[in-house]
Ligand binder design. Structure first.
Ligand code: ZN
Length: 440
């Protein structure tokens, strides 16, 4: 099977897209409880789960190593963390929800009153049931995150406060998978793996990327080599960039995947230069799905590292509910119920459609350019009517009308505002009938 056939089968229902959504949601459910951070056991456990179905190479960069302007932090791990009352009841308990502990909290063992504890407690007063997500990667501190309602139910104490963590030299870990193609030119897909129990903000991207990798691995042929990076945000991608100078010249197209669930429409964020092939491919797919196309901004996820002037790589980002634009963002409400199977399924199909464009973007030459060729005598004019037949004829007419050897299928799709996959199928038919040939 090819990517094109796979896309067509999912779109017409011969392959079960809804079932795939359920499968991806189940994969997220499996990863959800793991306490991830920018280093530590959580990232390794996450990569171990992915490695059950993909040959992920686990790479490590030692603490203290330099990566451009950054230094890899000491490794952080958690054994336990809680605030217990005088009866020993845990009123805030990391074991119940890993968001309760601020990521990178230093070890603490103390008895404290509520007043003493308060500077270390974080809540969301206007969302009294939700736990916020807080980190302190580069500033040695500690803290607990809890719901406002939990805080209101606490008396003055005193409390036993235990943060049983370690911060010591170890490693930064990331996972990488390369699927070789006909060309050594590469398409790179990246997803961050550094957030604990947050579904949309990291698990949706990880899961869609992993599903894409499984699909592409099963394809008979690939034009491009595909490289998947599962790395902690910022420091992970910068560490990867610092160690792969030889790969960078081969990177033709890149996509950061994150926030692929939630109720919003698809949002594509352009690369810094804005008109790269990945931008045109994604704008076409997302635009036709009713999504939004945005310009570049130097904030967000790892697209800002890949697009940095020193690398200037053509990386866009696909999301459906971008960071900071939904109230559940960075709270316990970004959970498995916030991300619906149908949402990740549509996101997955959109990514696959973008890949279809990259794989099948081509310039053709009309071999019968003197007037419209007679399709009927070649048996490619549908004899049954209906909208689909009309679409297929229109697609062939568009391809014939513009295939001058210079204009690509994506150019035609953009000019005509018609579906790339339909034009790609029409080009196949016309080539089979001897009316079209790839441009030299
Ligand atoms: Zn985040």
């Amino acid at each position: 099977m090819t990517v094109a056939q796979h896309v067509d089968a999912l779109r017409c229902g011969r392959l079960d897209l809804a079932g795939l959504g359920e499968t991806m949601h189940a994969a997220m459910t499996r990863l959800y409880p793991i306490c991830r951070s920018i280093t530590g056991n959580g990232v390794r456990s996450t990569l171990d789960v992915l490695a059950e179905s993909l040959d992920i190479e686990r790479r490590s960069v030692p603490s203290g190593a330099r990566a451009f302007d950054w230094t890899v932090a000491d490794e952080w791990n958690v054994r336990d963390a809680y605030i217990a009352d005088r009866q020993g009841r845990r009123v805030v308990d990391f074991q119940r929800h890993n968001l309760h502990l601020m990521s990178y909290s230093v070890p603490v063992r103390a008895t404290m009153t509520l007043s003493e504890l308060r500077p270390h407690l974080h809540t969301l007063p206007d969302r009294p049931d939700w736990i916020p997500y807080r980190t302190t990667y580069y500033n040695r501190d500690w803290g607990f995150c809890l719901s406002e309602n939990q805080l209101r139910s606490m008396d003055e104490g005193p409390y036993d406060v235990v943060v049983d963590t370690t911060i010591e030299p170890g490693e930064l870990t990331y996972g990488e998978l390369v699927l070789p193609g006909d060309s050594t030119d590469e398409v790179m897909i990246s997803a961050h793996v550094c957030h604990p129990s947050l579904a949309n903000d990291n698990l949706s991207g990880i899961t869609v990327a992993a599903q894409l990798a499984r699909t592409l691995r099963a394809m008979g042929s690939r034009r491009y080599t595909y490289r998947f990076l599962f790395a902690p945000g910022t420091i992970g991608s910068i560490a990867w960039l610092s160690r792969n100078a030889d790969v960078l010249p081969r990177l033709r197209h890149g996509l950061v995947l994150t926030g692929l669930g939630g109720p919003g429409a698809l949002v594509y964020k352009r690369s810094r230069r804005g008109e790269r092939t990945i931008d045109r491919a994604a704008a076409h797919v997302v635009g036709r799905r009713g999504g939004e196309i945005r310009g570049y901004s130097p904030y967000g996820y790892d697209e800002r590292q890949f697009n940095a002037i020193g690398f200037d790589l053509p990386f866009g980002r696909l999301s459906r509910t971008p960071h900071g634009e939904y109230p559940e963002y960075h709270t316990s409400a970004d959970d498995l119920s916030f991300v619906k199977p149908a949402e990740v399924a549509e996101s997955y199909l959109a990514v696959l459609e973008i890949v279809d464009v990259l794989e099948n973007e081509e310039r053709y030459e009309n071999l019968s350019p003197f007037g419209e060729p007679q399709l009927g005598k070649r048996g490619i004019y549908p004899t049954t009517g209906g909208k689909q037949a009309t679409d297929a004829v229109m697609a062939m007419l568009w391809v014939l009308a513009y295939s001058d050897g210079e204009t690509s299928v994506l150019d035609i799709a953009t000019v005509a505002d018609v579906d790339f996959a339909g034009l790609r199928a029409a080009a196949d038919t016309l080539e089979g009938a001897g009316l079209l040939a790839p441009a030299q």
